[in-house]
Design a binder for this molecule. Structure first.
Ligand SMILES: [Fe+2]
Ligand SMILES: [Fe+2]
Length: 192
């Protein structure tokens, strides 16, 4: 299928989308990795659950790494900071126990699910299914990637709630702090 030229604004949105999502999925991979390292020892019965979510995050990260190369998008300049922060967040919340780890997952996936929804809405508004150029293979593939990942993040959110995220203490402070941190990181990673 012929490639349809993107406007400057569209190209800039897609660049930002790839940069921030790659940084986010790298963060997610490391959060779950940190949780896995702690909980596989302290709480072996939930090891398969954490592993399931972690593997999905590894797939998300690989996919955005590939998109980053394909579209020649430079990674977020703060990547080293995202790595340290994500690993620290994963380990620290898992040290609070299963409930702390799940509260972290609930907070992160609430923000990321909403973030993917915003991007999906933009893609649908700017590339409505009826338009010829919306059938461009690359746009179609980007839409389905974002949609699939959004669904998986929301599945993680459900798993977290089903596994006692609300039992974490202090629940409100913990989840609201993590949500604010995620929103801040998204804002920064879209720009730097
Ligand atoms: Fe993810
Ligand atoms: Fe996730």
């Amino acid at each position: 299928m012929a490639r349809h030229a993107l406007s400057k604004a569209e190209a800039s949105f897609i660049t930002k989308l790839i940069r921030v999502d790659q940084a986010g999925e790298l963060g997610a991979d490391l959060i779950y990795r940190g949780q896995y390292m702690v909980l596989s020892r302290t709480k072996p019965e939930i090891e398969p659950l954490i592993k399931h979510m972690w593997e999905q995050e590894q797939h998300h990260r690989r996919t955005f790494n590939e998109l980053q190369q394909k579209y020649r998008v430079r990674p977020s300049l703060l990547t080293p900071i995202w790595k340290v922060a994500a690993t620290g967040l994963g380990c620290a919340t898992a040290l609070l126990g299963q409930e702390g780890a799940m509260a972290c997952t609930e907070a992160v996936e609430t923000v990321i699910g909403g973030h993917y929804n915003t991007q999906l809405r933009w893609l649908h508004e700017n590339f409505p299914p009826k338009e010829e150029r919306s059938k461009d293979e690359e746009i179609t593939s980007l839409k389905s990637i974002v949609k699939q990942f959004r669904d998986e993040e929301l599945e993680h959110l459900e798993i977290a709630v089903e596994n006692d995220s609300h039992e974490a203490r202090p629940y409100w402070l913990l989840t609201e702090t993590i949500k604010a941190g995620c929103r801040g990181a998204i804002w920064v990673a879209e720009r730097v």
